[in-house]
Unconditional design. Structure first.
Length: 140
């Protein structure tokens, strides 16, 4: 193998690696919802993983779920407890909606955003493209 061939090969490998990296960083995956039913209550066992991934206040996310389900909810340790039987896909659907309303940048669709407050107005600031947009809802 000549030096040029070797360099070409190196570049090829390098391109492939950066391509793979780009793929994984742009895809956003929520953890799998892990629940358990007991009597008339739903124990959401890995609730705490969601606020971490979404980078939002667990209290606000719990309030959001509670409001959408129209049912009381409590947060204890890593778990959240809901009155009534809830299916995992119901939680997933709500998280996806929350993601669109409170996390995703409206400009570039990146989930890498943070919340900023000034004068009672809540803003969504995108760390990917720098866009700043106001948030209408109260659950961020
Ligand atoms: Zn953006």
């Amino acid at each position: 193998m000549t030096k040029t061939e070797y360099e070409k090969l190196l570049k090829k490998i390098h391109d492939k690696v950066s391509e793979t990296r780009k793929d994984t960083s742009s895809r956003f995956e929520l953890p799998k919802v892990d629940i358990m039913w007991q009597g008339n209550r739903t124990f959401f066992r890995n609730f705490s993983e969601f606020p971490k991934v979404l980078r939002r206040d667990p209290e606000k996310i719990l309030q959001y779920l509670s409001k959408e389900f129209a049912t009381p909810a409590q947060y204890t340790g890593d778990k959240a407890v809901f009155v009534g039987k809830k299916e995992p896909h119901e939680f997933t659907a709500l998280f996806n909606r929350y993601l669109k309303e409170y996390v995703e940048c409206p400009t570039c669709k990146s989930p890498d955003t943070r919340v900023e407050r000034s004068n009672r107005v809540t803003f969504l600031v995108c760390e990917a493209c720098g866009a700043k947009s106001s948030l209408k809802g109260q659950y961020a």
